[in-house]
Design a protein around this ligand. Structure first.
Ligand SMILES: Nc1ncnc2c1ncn2[C@@H]1O[C@H](COP(=O)(O)OP(=O)(O)OP(=O)(O)O)[C@@H](O)[C@H]1O
Ligand SMILES: [Mg+2]
Length: 260
């Protein structure tokens, strides 16, 4: 598989912080893979995701997209057309209808009005919310899970090459969560996108990920196939995560999706 994104020795120390939130981290993301980033709260997952799409600038190191430094791109264009981003908190505009919440992304990408109208309907169909029922509702008239779906639809709106998803199913019950995980796997197969997916939940990581990156204190503990994470943990932290996190979940069930 071709390399899509590369982080080379990136570090980030936020202003007025003494310790780095990302500490000399390097990783490669392959075109078409789903890479899950897992780690404890505050380990730097959101910061890493935001550095990958230019929302946060590294203090040192570089990000390459298709082999070219991110600085050589127009960052707004990248965020509008190359990346789809699902924020940790869904972030729908409360005073806009569902239609307008999705349309705004398409308008920013300067798509023609007729195309926007059609595309919004298509996207709602894709995430299995009936356009006729949901187009004109406001976010507070949707359940948490439905709002999360709209967040995903919005990230898909611009036909981006790479989806960055920051704990997209964070606060959902197990059943809805499982449904949405299936939806992502279905979309991945159908749309062949590269997905970088952040989670706290190891069973979710094994379900969604082709490869898994484990983070702790701004560093990568290990990045490898899920099989290697389980059978050959490289650090004590990874070993503990697998032991305590998986409990009695049979993660090997997840291997049928293919390992890269
Ligand atoms: N804008 C900011 N200014 C200063 N410090 C920040 C900022 N954003 C994040 N941090 C700090 O950087 C560290 C990493 O934060 P980050 O949000 O990347 O963690 P995370 O792994 O996404 O955590 P969570 O799982 O809770 O979402 C934390 O110590 C956090 O307090
Ligand atoms: Mg976070």
């Amino acid at each position: 598989m071709r390399v899509l994104l590369e982080a080379i020795n990136i570090s980030k120390t936020y202003p007025e912080r003494t310790s780095p939130s990302i500490d000399d981290l390097s990783l490669t993301i392959l075109k078409g893979e789903s890479l899950v980033i897992i780690g404890s709260s505050g380990s730097g997952k959101t910061t890493l995701l935001k550095m990958l799409n230019g929302l946060v600038e590294p203090t040192s190191g570089s990000i390459l997209i298709h082999g070219k430094d991110i600085k050589s791109y127009n960052i707004s264009d990248l965020r509008r057309s190359f990346f789809g981003y699902v924020f940790q908190k869904v972030g729908l505009f409360p005073h806009m209808t569902i239609k307008d919440n999705i349309k705004i992304v398409l308008r920013l990408a300067k798509k023609p009005e007729k195309f926007c109208e059609e595309q919004v309907r298509e996207l709602l169909d894709l995430i299995r919310l009936s356009p006729d029922l949901y187009l004109n509702r406001f976010p507070h008239e949707l359940s948490g899970g439905e709002q999360q779906r709209v967040g995903v639809a919005r990230a898909l709106a611009t036909d981006s090459e790479c989806l960055l998803m920051d704990e997209p199913f964070g606060a959902l019950d197990a059943v809805t969560r499982c449904e949405l995980q299936d939806e992502i796997l279905r979309l991945k197969k159908k749309l062949k996108k590269t997905i970088v997916f952040v989670t706290h939940d190891i069973s979710e990581a094994f379900k969604i990920g082709d490869r898994i990156a484990v983070m702790q204190d701004g560093k990568l503990e290990q990045i490898s196939s899920k099989e290697a994470i389980c059978t050959a943990p490289e650090t004590h932290f990874v070993e503990q995560l697998v032991q305590t996190g998986l409990g009695n979940v049979n993660f090997l069930d997840g291997f049928s999706g293919g390992i890269h």
